[in-house]
Ligand binder design. Structure first.
Ligand code: 5GP
Length: 114
């Protein structure tokens, strides 16, 4: 069997993380290497490797992630805006093979990203 990802281990509370939001379907925690004053990682509890691995049955949980992102942004008072990013695959720099959104805020972000 494949080794559990670091994010699966956070879901299972095998390794610590600063969890800021949790519900039945997802979890959000502070990134260990923040790139902005607010840098959260939002993940489904269901194991989905990346956007490439989403199947039609996963659509409700993926939609739920977006609503959770908005809820978190509202709870944190991110009225100046925020950026949601998901890296998919090698060229995008995906390191952890568990679908996740980076929720970044607290400073202006340039476009296009590097
Ligand atoms: P990716 O490059 O896969 O899109 O992003 C993975 C993110 O997970 C990176 O921003 C990295 O800092 C974060 N990360 C990696 N390992 C850990 C960890 O053990 N704990 C936390 N909180 N974040 C992690």
């Amino acid at each position: 069997m494949a080794e559990p990802t670091i994010f699966k281990r956070i879901i299972d509370r095998e390794i610590p993380a600063k969890i800021v939001y949790e519900d039945d379907f997802c979890l959000a925690f502070e990134d260990i290497n923040p790139r902005a004053p607010v840098h959260l990682i939002l993940i489904p509890k269901q194991e989905i490797a990346s956007v490439d691995a989403i199947s039609p049955e996963d659509v409700p949980v993926v939609g739920h992630l977006l609503l959770a992102a908005r809820t978190i942004a509202q709870q944190l008072g991110l009225t100046n805006g925020y950026r949601l990013v998901t890296n998919c695959g090698k060229d995008a720099g995906q390191e952890v093979m568990h679908l996740h959104f980076h929720l970044l805020a607290g400073r202006p972000f340039s476009w296009p990203p590097g």
